[in-house]
Ligand binder design. Structure first.
Ligand code: SAM
Ligand code: SF4
Length: 341
C-alpha cells in the first residue's frame, strides 16, 4: 500500500505523528525476552536470553509507559517473551493502569500462568487478555511449543473467563501440515467459550530451526476459505484500528480476525510502535529502525522529559512499510520474543 507524505503534522494536536500522517496511539511493551515455552515459529530450541542488567527494570518500564501516555498514547499492551514469568509483572501493570489519560492496559500471554494470576490481573486493572493457543491436541501442543502443557493453558483460559475480563481472545498461528487441520476446531472452541479468535500469518523474525517457514506458510485467505465451508462468515465493520480484518460467525457472538502481514499489508493504517525488553523503541515490526530508550533513561538526568523528546523525534524514522519475504533469509534477526509481538 503506498502512502503520500502528508502536510507537516501538527504537534499540538498529537505529538506522535509520523511523516505519513499516521498517529501512534498504541504501544506494545515486551517486559521480558524470557519464556517458559519455546514455540517453534518464535524461538530456536536453545535460546540465549539477554543478561539481566540489559533488560529494563520495572521502574524504567514504568517511566517509558508514562512518557508514552503523556504523549497521547491511550493503549499499552504488555507482552514478551512470556510477561507473566517476570517477577513484579502484575504490580507493574497495576501501576501502569493508573496512569492518567491511559485508556487501557491489555496483555498477551501464553496462558501458562493464568490459573494463578488471572484474579490478580483483574485487580491490577488489566481489561483484556489475548491468549495464544495453536492446538487443542495435547501432544501436538507440546510439539508446537516444545514444552507447553495444554491442560494448564485451557484451565487458565477458564479461570480468566470466570474473572469477567472485558474480553478474552485467542491468537493462533496456523502452519501447514502442523495444525492447519485444527482451524475449525479452534473456532468451535472459541464459539463454545463465547470468545473471539484471530489467525496470524507467521512472520520471518529471527532464525528458527526445525521448521520450514515458506513450506509451512498458510495464508489468511486459505484459512478463511476453509472456514467458509463450515461456518457462515459475515464481514464485520468493527475495526480496532489494528491490522486484523474481522468476520462474525453467524448465529454466534464470536468474531474471527485475520492478521495477514504477507497477504494483506496493513502498514497504511499502522498506529503502533514497540518497545523491546532491552528498551529499544522499534518503529516497525519488519524493519530495524529503532531508538535506544534505555540509553536515554540511564544517561540523561531529566529522565522523563528526555525520554519524551527521544520518542517524539523517533517519529521521523518510522518506516512506511515492512517487506517480509518467507523464502529469503530473515532480514530481521531478532526473534519475536525479543520484539514485543
Ligand atoms: N508469550 C506470549 C504469547 O505467546 O502470547 C506473548 C509474546 S508472543 C511473542 C506474542 C504473539 O506473537 C503470540 O500470539 C505468538 O503466537 C506470536 N508470534 C510469535 N512468533 C511469531 C512469528 N514468527 N510470526 C507470527 N506470530 C508470532
Ligand atoms: Fe514464548 Fe510466546 Fe514466543 Fe511461544 S510465542 S515462545 S509462548 S514468547
Amino acid at each position: 500500500m503506498t502512502q503520500t507524505v502528508m502536510d507537516k503534522p501538527d504537534p499540538m494536536t498529537h505529538p506522535l505523528q509520523d511523516r505519513f500522517g499516521r498517529r501512534v496511539t498504541y504501544v506494545r511493551i515486551s517486559i521480558t525476552d524470557r519464556c517458559d515455552f519455546r514455540c517453534l515459529y518464535c524461538m530456536s530450541e536453545e535460546m540465549e536470553f539477554l543478561p539481566r542488567p540489559q533488560i529494563l527494570t520495572l521502574e524504567e518500564l514504568y517511566q517509558v509507559s508514562r512518557a508514552f501516555v503523556e504523549l497521547g498514547v491511550d493503549k499499552i499492551r504488555i507482552t514478551g517473551g512470556e510477561p507473566l514469568v517476570r517477577k513484579g509483572a502484575v504490580g507493574l501493570m497495576a501501576q501502569i493502569s493508573q496512569l492518567p489519560g491511559l485508556g487501557e492496559v491489555v496483555l498477551t500471554t501464553n496462558g501458562s500462568h493464568l490459573v494463578q494470576e488471572a484474579k490478580h490481573l483483574k485487580a491490577a486493572g488489566v481489561r483484556r487478555i489475548n491468549v495464544s493457543l495453536d492446538s487443542l491436541k495435547p501432544e501436538r501442543f507440546r510439539q508446537l511449543t516444545r514444552v507447553g502443557d495444554l491442560a494448564g493453558v485451557l484451565a487458565g483460559i477458564d479461570t480468566a473467563l470466570n474473572q469477567g475480563f472485558e474480553k478474552i481472545k485467542i491468537n493462533a498461528v496456523i502452519l501447514r501440515n502442523r495444525n492447519h487441520d485444527e482451524i475449525c476446531d479452534l473456532v468451535n472452541y472459541a464459539i463454545g467459550k463465547g470468545i473471539d479468535i484471530s489467525f496470524i500469518e507467521e512472520m520471518p523474525l529471527g532464525r528458527v530451526e526445525g521448521h520450514d517457514r515458506a513450506g509451512e506458510y498458510c495464508s489468511s485467505d486459505e484459512i478463511r476459505q476453509r472456514l467458509e465451508g463450515v461456518f457462515e462468515l459475515l464481514p464485520s465493520m468493527v475495526s480496532t484500528g489494528g491490522p486484523a480484518r474481522y468476520y462474525r460467525v453467524a448465529g454466534t457472538g464470536t468474531r474471527i480476525g485475520f492478521i495477514s502481514p504477507h497477504s494483506h499489508n496493513f502498514c497504511g493504517t499502522c498506529n503502533r510502535v514497540r518497545v523491546t525488553a532491552e528498551g529499544r523503541l522499534l518503529l516497525c515490526l519488519g524493519n530495524e529502525h529503532s531508538v535506544d530508550l534505555k540509553a536515554v533513561l540511564r544517561t540523561e538526568a531529566n529522565g522523563i522529559e528526555a525520554l519524551k523528546s527521544a520518542i517524539v523525534a523517533s517519529m521521523a524514522i518510522k518506516p512506511e512499510r515492512h517487506h517480509f519475504d518467507l523464502k529469503a533469509e530473515p532480514m530481521i534477526l531478532r526473534h519475536m520474543n525479543a520484539t514485543g509481538g
